[in-house]
Design a protein around this ligand. Structure first.
Ligand SMILES: [Zn+2]
Length: 67
């Protein structure tokens, strides 16, 4: 029933209103509107970052961990 994977889904609004949902950047842990996010698909999961810079740093940190 809940479409939002971030655990903040139920505000008593309709499921159609998703444009201005707030999500957290997994790199810098800043909250920002999903519609402004930088999308990145990793391991089949959709991630959103507040900026391309955070996305690039996140990718770099993953590569460091895995090597
Ligand atoms: Zn960020």
């Amino acid at each position: 029933m809940l479409k939002n994977a971030q655990g903040k889904a139920d505000f008593g609004k309709t499921d159609n209103i998703v444009d201005d949902i707030m999500i957290k950047d997994p790199f810098c842990e800043t909250y920002f509107p999903k519609r402004n996010g930088v999308h990145f698909l990793v391991d089949g999961k959709d991630l959103y970052f507040c900026s391309t810079e955070c996305r690039d740093k996140f990718i770099a940190s993953r590569q460091k961990k895995n090597s």
